[in-house]
Design a protein around this ligand. Structure first.
Ligand code: THU
Length: 159
């Protein structure tokens, strides 16, 4: 028996420490959260993807009375990006969320498992690491590649 402990890493930044480009992407994600449709959870998530062609694609969570039919902000955004620019990779995905009071969360909101899986495949299509920025009022987490969000993953290469 051998125990294997995959090492993951991420960085926590104060908002002011981020580059102007990263701040701009976070602001786009925050703005996108106002287009969320979340009458059931009252948790409004926005995402913004910076593509290799410098386009910024935004999306938000879209819920449905049949709960599983809804989609998270990350998947809305990545599917929109991949549908609009199928040959263009995604450099960075920024995520920001507001709670039921309408305030941005204190701590960074991390993507759910299904979104991490879609992020992994988007990274593979992009042929370079996909960076993620998770916004929280008390700090921003930067994750340099999807493997750090999803170790021991399943992908096309697993089949
Ligand atoms: N949600 C997202 O859009 N992204 C996340 O990273 C976490 C969760 C959405 C799904 C659902 O509409 C609501 O937030 C509550 O789970």
């Amino acid at each position: 028996m051998k125990e294997i402990r995959p090492e993951i890493s991420f960085r926590l930044y104060a908002y002011d420490e981020l580059s102007a480009e990263d701040q701009k992407l976070i602001e786009a994600a925050k703005k996108a959260s106002y287009h969320s449709y979340a009458p059931y959870s009252h948790f409004s998530v926005g995402a913004a993807a910076l593509l290799d062609n410098e386009e910024v694609i935004c999306g938000s969570n879209q819920e449905n009375a049949a709960y599983p039919s809804g989609t998270c902000a990350e998947r809305t955004t990545l599917f929109y990006a991949n549908s609009t620019f199928p040959e263009v990779g995604v450099k960075t995905l920024a995520i920001a969320a507001r709670n039921e009071k309408g305030a941005f969360t204190t701590h960074a909101t991390a993507p759910c498992g299904a979104c991490r899986q879609v992020m992994l495949e988007t990274q593979e299509r992009s042929k370079h690491p996909l960076r993620t920025l998770l916004y929280g009022e008390e700090g921003v987490i930067e994750i340099c590649c999807v493997e750090d969000l999803l170790p021991l993953s399943f992908s096309a290469a697993s089949m």
